[in-house]
Ligand binder design. Structure first.
Ligand SMILES: *[C@@H]1O[C@H](CO)[C@@H](O)[C@H](O)[C@H]1NC(C)=O
Length: 529
């Protein structure tokens, strides 16, 4: 059963439940109508008097226990509305002096016509039932969670498809909290939570919806829940801010900002993985095929394995059994630090997590101007734009620092081959890929152009949607997100009695020690005093 069918089933069950409820309600109605009008009035009047008494009682005997502030506030509601002018007007925050420009849809071809998406490069077309070649009955799903920023999501999805990931195995998990509004096309592009179901379906991917807005940790548990319901022992998940490629050029020596230290099982394997075959030649494998292969390797080795990371967790392979063994993601550590918690639990319980190499994964904060370049439209030059640039003065400062650094580096390695200039169209497929890959690398570096200060800035680009259903202020969302993140970090520290992500390497804590240990940053004497 596909996850789509499955969520349909869940909805069906839900409807059954609703039907049951409504029939009980109409049963009540029948009894109601047999009561005389007088009895009904008596009941109403009596209820009213009881309520008045309750309110009066709580007003004159305010509860003095802590935690009953809700009860305390009821009498407030009963007080007459204060006459206008008694309180000072709200003090509004100053209007920001700089706002990023409105965003554009990065795939005009799909947005403005009903044409099919263009064909993907021939050598990346997945062979039918490729998973069977790697010993799998069913292809594992790839979950891509989405909360905000449609252009980034669409870019990630299109890059997976054009790199050779079968669209039917891709599940975009809409976690926006706007219920059916996107499905019904009721939000507009400048709304941060905008997502276009039609476009995704036209690309052949499935959209799953979370019933309500979930945090990162809850979303991870949701992936797990779908994997249970759909009977998938393994699944992949990807962040939405990535731009991926297969090793079409063959050898690749670029070190990317979020790369880890790849692990290999043998010297022979290292050699093989570090020298991928060029696209179109015998032995070429796409990122998808490499992922299936890596899954097969992990299972064949009978290792107690938990995660396989393909550039930290930007693309991750998950072994459901491992997550189950350590009790899932801690929902009470909502965002950052929840990964430290999960990885530590896995490490303590002996499940391996290995960085492995399957393809080119760029962790990005910007979007290609036109996603058709991923289909290698030879009339379009790959270029990227920043959907959320910083105020011009700040960008200028960063650009100046970068230019100075480059000038210095250039002097150091004079004579090194020049990168293809932005004006000439690449001559062939391979050359086109080189240019495209180069732009991807630049995008990856751009995200960290100011250290990691600005790496999450992309989340603030869309600011519209006021008046649309389930509207939420964009800055407010951003600010609340960081508050919850901080709270989560504190919960993590309380839970393990330790500060920092190094629970396995820096402490002797065991899985069973959660919530049982004292804080290791407080000295014993302090506590006695
Ligand atoms: C979604 O995209 C389709 C094209 O794929 C377009 O026709 C439609 O207007 C878009 N819907 C919204 C709500 O923007």
């Amino acid at each position: 059963m596909t996850a789509g069918q499955n969520s349909q089933l869940m909805t069906d069950n839900f409807f059954k439940l609703r039907k049951h409820e409504s029939s009980t309600i109409s049963g009540h109605n029948v009894t109601m109508f047999t009561l005389t009008r007088l009895t009904r009035h008596t009941v109403l009047v009596f209820s009213f008097i009881t309520l008045c008494f309750l309110f009066y009682h709580s007003y004159t005997h305010p509860p003095n226990q802590k935690g009953s502030s809700f009860l305390k506030s009821i009498p407030e509601i009963l007080k007459p509305i204060t006459s206008p002018g008694k309180h000072a007007p709200p003090r509004y925050k100053p209007t920001p002096s700089w706002l990023p420009p409105p965003i554009f849809d990065p795939f005009p071809l799909l947005a403005t016509s009903t044409a099919d998406p263009p064909p993907i490069p021939e050598y990346n077309i997945p062979r039918p039932e490729m998973h069977k070649e790697y010993g799998l009955d069913r292809p594992p799903p790839l979950f891509i969670g989405f909360t905000r920023q449609w252009p980034m999501l669409l870019q990630a999805v299109v890059s997976y498809i054009t790199a050779g990931w079968p669209p039917e195995n891709i599940y975009v998990v809409e976690n926006t909290g706007v219920h059916n509004m996107n499905k019904q096309g009721k939000l507009t592009l400048q709304n941060p939570f905008y997502l276009n179901h039609t476009t995704l379906h036209r690309l052949g991917v499935t959209v799953l919806q979370t019933p309500v807005l979930l945090t990162f940790a809850q979303l991870q548990n949701f992936f797990l829940s779908v994997a249970y319901q759909d009977n998938h022992p393994y699944y992949f998940y990807s962040h939405q801010d990535v731009l991926v490629f297969s090793f079409e050029e063959g050898l690749d020596f670029i070190s990317r900002p979020a790369d880890g230290n790849w692990e290999f099982y043998s010297e022979a394997e290292r050699k093989e993985i570090m020298s991928p075959v060029q696209a179109g030649k015998e032995g070429y494998r796409t990122i998808y095929e490499n992922c299936l292969r890596d899954l097969q390797t992990a299972t064949k080795r009978k290792e107690r394995w938990g995660f396989r990371w393909y550039q930290y967790d930007h693309l991750t392979l998950v072994n459901r059994e491992a997550i189950e063994a350590v009790g899932g993601w801690d929902s009470l550590i909502p965002y950052y630090a929840t990964d430290c918690d999960m990885n530590a639990k896995m490490g303590m319980d002996g499940w391996t997590m290995k960085p492995r190499r399957v393809g080119i994964i760029n962790d990005v904060s910007t979007v290609l101007e036109d996603l058709e370049v991923l289909y290698r439209n030879k009339f379009k030059m790959p270029k990227f734009v920043d959907p959320a640039p910083l105020p011009p003065e700040q960008e200028e400062k960063i650009a100046k620092a970068k230019a100075e650094k480059e000038q210095k580096e250039k002097k150091e390695k004079e004579g090194k081959a020049k990168r293809a200039e932005g004006h000439e169209m690449p001559a062939d497929q391979l050359e086109y890929f080189r240019v495209l890959r180069g732009v991807g690398d630049e995008m990856g570096q751009y995200k960290y152009r100011d250290g990691s200060e600005q790496r999450n800035n992309w989340q603030r680009s869309q600011r519209g949607g006021e008046g649309e259903p389930f509207y939420y202020n964009a800055d407010g969302f951003h600010s609340a997100f960081w508050t919850l993140t901080d709270a989560g970090r504190r919960i993590y520290e309380e839970k393990w009695g330790h500060r920092g992500c190094d629970l396995v390497s820096g402490t002797s804590l065991k899985l069973k020690d959660q919530w049982l240990v004292e804080k290791d940053w407080e000295k014993n004497e302090d506590k006695k005093g």
